[in-house]
Design a binder for this molecule. Sequence first.
Ligand SMILES: Cc1ncc(C[n+]2csc(CCOP(=O)(O)OP(=O)(O)O)c2C)c(N)n1
Ligand SMILES: C=C(O[C@H]1C=C[C@H](C(=O)CCC(=O)O)[C@@H](C(=O)O)[C@@H]1O)C(=O)O
Ligand SMILES: [Mg+2]
Length: 565
Amino acid sequence: MGMQQPDEQRAITTARHVLSGLIRAGIRDLVISPGSRSAPLAYAAAEAEAAGILAIHVRIDERSAAFMALGLSQSTGRPVALAATSGSAIGQMLPAVMEANHTATPLLVLSADRPDELHGTGASQSTRQKNLFGEHVRLAANVAAGVDPGDQVQQALAALAGDQHSAAGPVQLNLQFRDPLVPAPQERIIGQAWTAIEPGVWQGSAPAQQLGMPAQDLVPRRTVVIAGHGAGAEAQRFAQELGLPLFAEPSSNARFSANAIGHYRPLIAVGMDHIERVVLFGRPTLSRPVGKLLANPVIDSVIWQPAPVAWYEAGRRRETPVSSWSQLQEFAGTGAENWLASWQQLDAQALQVRQGLNHESAITGVDVAEAIWEHSPEVLLLGSSNIVRDFDLAARPAAKRSMAAHANRGLAGIDGTIATALGLAQGSKQRTLAVMGDITFAHDASSLSWTPGEEQPRVDLVVYNDGGGAIFSTLEHGAVDASGRYANAVERLFATPQQLSLPALAEAYGWQYARAASKEELSAVLASTQPANLRLIEVPASRSSLRAENLELNQQVGQLAWPEL
Ligand SMILES: Cc1ncc(C[n+]2csc(CCOP(=O)(O)OP(=O)(O)O)c2C)c(N)n1
Ligand SMILES: C=C(O[C@H]1C=C[C@H](C(=O)CCC(=O)O)[C@@H](C(=O)O)[C@@H]1O)C(=O)O
Ligand SMILES: [Mg+2]
């Protein structure tokens, strides 16, 4: 036990100061994993939760905890605090912190640490963790043992919110706790001064830019609008006001109007020579044709309000600078005669091509996307790899109603997808549908675990199980595989086939299991109201002919003639 310390220097006093500062600023959620060095935070959090001003979410695995916090933050619109003990536990948070950096999501890592006097003495679980996340955090601040954390807490809150020069994003507050790590003998979970804390409302970063009224006398142009991840409704409004075709990725949340061209990806090959200008909202992350379009030297492009996260580094792109909504509209112009109608006609033709293709699998990823898009869940999480691209093809614009579509597109990782879904569901308090591939599911299967006694979120987890990473067959690796020059290396080293039993995993983790072998069966399962909060829905599929089907779609759509309207 440590020597008798003045109260203000005790570890639990520091923890109380940190958490009360966060709660006053509007933070309401703490995701915590078990540990002793982080015990002062655990006890202080238990007190705050007992006072009704903090919600604690317990997760065994810190990697899973961090991705759950990512989902919680994105669905609540406020930062989420993360706490874990010292050592490799903090290192587990790096993947989610990297994703938070690239999607400007405010996560606050409260990393418990040994006091300086224990470092370098061979003490257990001690490492240099003060700057563990490097450039992936907006700020890494350290609170030495026994020191008032007030200043660092305020610095951390400012960095979480971001400003006009730096986007919101993750922050690390390293807290060096000296023994004793437990409350004093006379202290109890109820009765601390938490009732005197006035919970605040998170102010966050600057409010969304006020968009101007439509500019007058715009020049008719052949401009397309691209809405990448994070684009939002303003991209849709922009395209609608100017009558322009919109290439909207499914996680752009701008795909709910007739301006959205569903099959834009294969159609770019048909229309590239007709495009004069591009206006980009958000960050496109799905396809090489969009990359080619943005890199085309004869097409002027503008990025609207690039988020100051590590997406676009100044000067690394050729674009026309604009600083106002009306300037943006003047750059884009209004849709030239028949410009939007031509793209809409091509889209209809491409849909016919796609629907005419033969598929070996009884149900394709696009079938799954169509069934889910028509089901229109309140909250949708799209896994990386093929399934998000299947939605990119199949998510019919002008869906019945908009939904909150999410995806970890900051780094397009297949990690932490289940945990992110749990966080989205817990934060939104709405039934959340997460859809992913089988390797993505396998990568995060341990996140199926739920902490007994904690309120269960409502999640439908749809797994498109084609027995491996099918996307590689659609890339250049598929050609290497087909050549036989590397034997079965591509199948073994890239597709990483798996034979997981999803019913057994559902049973093991207490999820209800359902199976849907056709689009109709999937629609019926989704429509059925189930008492079970946690439902795992397996869609068994085949990937053997995916490469050929993709090549056929691109080849047939690519041959469509530009309409003569
Ligand atoms: C953390 C992480 N590891 C590896 C990758 C590379 N990767 C991208 S897609 C993929 C396979 C995904 O397989 P699955 O989830 O079954 O989807 P499918 O390709 O079959 O649609 C992999 C390994 C990644 N993006 N992120
Ligand atoms: C599998 C990985 O990511 C790759 C996934 C698909 C991208 C792609 O080319 C999709 C098809 C298209 O763009 O039309 C591919 C890319 O952007 O080149 C990604 O690298 C991975 O391990 O990185
Ligand atoms: Mg797969």
